[in-house]
Design a protein around this ligand. Structure first.
Ligand SMILES: Nc1ncnc2c1ncn2[C@@H]1O[C@H](COP(=O)(O)OP(=O)(O)O)[C@@H](O)[C@H]1O
Ligand SMILES: [Mg+2]
Length: 448
């Protein structure tokens, strides 16, 4: 019997829970969640509700249940040092220690690491702890992106052209960021197509999972505000329509070198997920950021395709034996679409959460996978909060079929809900391909 602790309460963790329960190692799932996820709870032997900064409660639960492996879903507990606390109690975890989680929690740490170890992929950047020197640096860039240091829940980064227009506005934003954060990273705005390369690392060996493209914008055609992610897709050939095998190899090579650099820098092996957010540009593959965990939605694209036993995989990561494990994924296309409350992504005063939680009815999923996110199960049914409610995933030999399966399932969910119809469809994919063709025709900007 293998008692597994899973920390987290979203659709990503529901997909992890499913992968754990598919294991042939007699899994027993113990979930520690901020709020009750009925999907995870239904797969668990026991679900406990608590706060992710309550390390004492998490460790006590793990000890009580004699946990063999802990899997950390979201970034918050990693940032609070849950892996360090579990290690002190002798419980191994898939996830980096607090110092190593800086790969995600501190954008300046990661940019500096790449620079120090001469790893390619950085845009032009500089870290600032005061406004001094920012105007001069910005003057030398054609477009800028401002990144606060520290976790911001995906809502802290400001991009010129999207969130502000002029250099003067950029300076005002920097001053504001520096009031609430220890630093700000100012970097060159890159142009290209983004992809997520979720890699597994045992400290030495880095293994890539199939690349995925996420859709952050709230509305079709990439309009509206940024969100936690409205959906994502992956392809049967384990590439993306605008991405060549060499581009994926470049992202993997950057990640391998970062894994080695972080071990040298800290003396500690990184054991967990290194999710590289990359952008393929006319000048090659660039690093946008690292996350220290699976993506949400991207975990829902790759975990259902995993052929390798998930508990074996966790053990290999913990014991530093990834090199000798064959990590395999089915050659299928996937499309994930998030069902969200209609008010999701709007400023809270316009969101319908103001009127109290709304009930939804999940219809016939017709072959799609369903993962609960912010869903409350009451005696009279399922209720949404103001966040993403349910992720559905279509899996098929071809992308178009996977899209049809996901679309049919998400439209079967009844209530005051919305989703992005265009994710995984041919017109949007064609737009991505054409975007890259356009960029590759333009002269490559210097210094990038
Ligand atoms: N240097 C950059 N050039 C262009 N766009 C960027 C750059 N850095 C970030 N972005 C955009 O901003 C988004 C959020 O930035 P990211 O670094 O991923 O932070 P987070 O996910 O923590 O909000 C990215 O997905 C990308 O669309
Ligand atoms: Mg990001």
């Amino acid at each position: 019997m293998t008692p597994v602790l899973l920390i987290g309460n979203g659709a990503r963790e529901h997909a992890i829970a499913e992968a754990v329960m598919r294991s042939g190692r007699a899994p027993r799932l113990y979930a520690f969640m901020k709020t009750n996820n009925p999907g995870i709870a239904s797969l668990s032997t026991e679900a406990r509700i608590g706060r992710y900064d309550d390390l004492r409660a998490i460790v006590a639960f793990a000890k009580e249940r004699k946990i063999a492996v802990a899997v950390i879903g979201p970034e918050d507990p990693l940032g609070h040092g849950v892996v360090d606390a579990l290690a002190e109690a002798g419980i191994p975890a898939v996830g980096p220690t607090r110092a190593l989680a800086r790969l995600e929690t501190s954008k300046s740490f990661t940019r500096n690491l790449l620079e120090k170890y001469r790893i390619p992929g950085n845009p032009r950047f500089r870290n600032f702890t005061s406004p001094a020197g920012i105007p001069e640096f910005i003057a030398g860039l054609t477009g800028v992106v401002l990144k606060p240091d520290g976790l911001t829940g995906g809502k802290g980064v400001l991009v010129q052209g999207d969130h502000f227009q002029t250099p003067a506005e950029a300076l005002a934003h920097c001053a504001e960021i520096l009031r609430d954060h220890p630093g700000v990273t100012v970097e060159e705005k890159l142009e290209g197509e983004e992809f997520s390369l979720q890699c597994l690392c045992d400290g030495r060996t880095v293994v890539a999972t199939p690349p995925v493209q996420d859709h952050k914008r709230r509305y079709a055609d990439d309009r509206g505000p940024n969100t936690g992610g409205m959906g994502s897709y992956s392809c049967a050939d384990h590439l993306l329509p605008f991405l060549a095998a060499a581009d994926v190899a470049e992202g993997l090579e950057i990640t391998r070198r970062v894994a080695e650099a972080i071990r040298r820098e800290t003396g500690v092996p990184y054991r967990g997920v290194m999710y590289g957010g990359f952008m393929v540009t006319a000048a090659g593959v660039k690093l946008i950021e690292y996350n220290a965990r699976f993506g949400d939605p991207e975990a829902m694209n790759i975990l259902p395709l995993l052929k390798t036993d998930f508990i074996d995989l966790c053990r290999a990561i913990i014991d530093g034996r990834l090199e000798s494990l064959a990590v395999e994924f089915e050659r299928k296309a996937t499309v994930c679409k998030y069902c969200v409350p209609t008010g999701y992504g709007l400023p809270s005063e316009h969101s319908d959460a103001a009127g109290g939680p709304s009930r939804i009815e999940v219809g016939d999923m017709r072959g799609a996978r369903l993962y609960y996110s912010s869903i409350d199960q009451r005696t009279d049914g399922l209720y949404m909060t103001s966040s993403r409610a349910v992720g559905v995933v279509g899996i098929a030999d071809a992308l178009a079929e996977a899209e049809r399966v996901a679309e049919a399932a998400v439209t079967a969910i009844r209530g005051p809900v919305d989703h992005r119809r265009d994710i995984g469809t041919e017109p949007l994919i064609r737009k991505r391909i054409e975007h890259m063709q356009q960029l590759r025709k333009k002269p490559i900007p210097s210094g990038g």
